[in-house]
Design a protein around this ligand. Sequence first.
Ligand code: SF4
Length: 216
Amino acid sequence: MSNEELNSPGYEIPPELQGQVAVTTLDRIYNWGRRSSVWPMMFGLACCAIEMISAQAARYDMARFGMEVMRPSPRQSDLLLVSGTVTKKMVPVIVRLYNQMPEPKYVVAMGACASGGGPFKEGYNVVAGIDKFLPVDVYIPGCPPTPQALVAGLIKLQEKIDKQSIKQVRWYDKKNKADSVYVPVPVLGPDLIDLRRVDELKEIAAPKPAEENSEA
Ligand code: SF4
């Protein structure tokens, strides 16, 4: 938070307190702490990961955002940076890692592949975007996005965190007990099966009355 922001919080500060006391809201200080120490998971899928690694190095220096130490465990991470092509084989792993992350947690889809399949869209082995399975907070376009684009996407994520209210965030929602988003781990068989769509798939696969008659 800059000095200017502290001195202009959007409400009047009595003259005798100006320059002496910082007055802020609980939401603002809570969000400031979280947005300035997001811990990304050390995780990459394809060529976009090289740009992500570059963004961590000296020239772009993610330490400026408090994001310099990538965590080797989902248990210690609150940002899943999906950087690369999302193959069907990898989706069960990605979803399992996401489920193992504690709340609050965020997902960034980095690049054309993670956002929508990219150059491999409609490929037999590729998922058309990680948002088919996980709730994505920020999409970063490009193939690959430059480190600068990744930094811009992460600043967008910080802006999103800034707008959250401690009264409304899902991980404190005791009323609905919705303390975490759990996504059923998809099953990889001959094809990838999203367990949330089993009923819908059964309905699609069921023979239609006309088909039954023609078979008879
Ligand atoms: S978006 Fe482009 S650079 Fe990134 S993983 Fe896909 S093909 Fe590679």
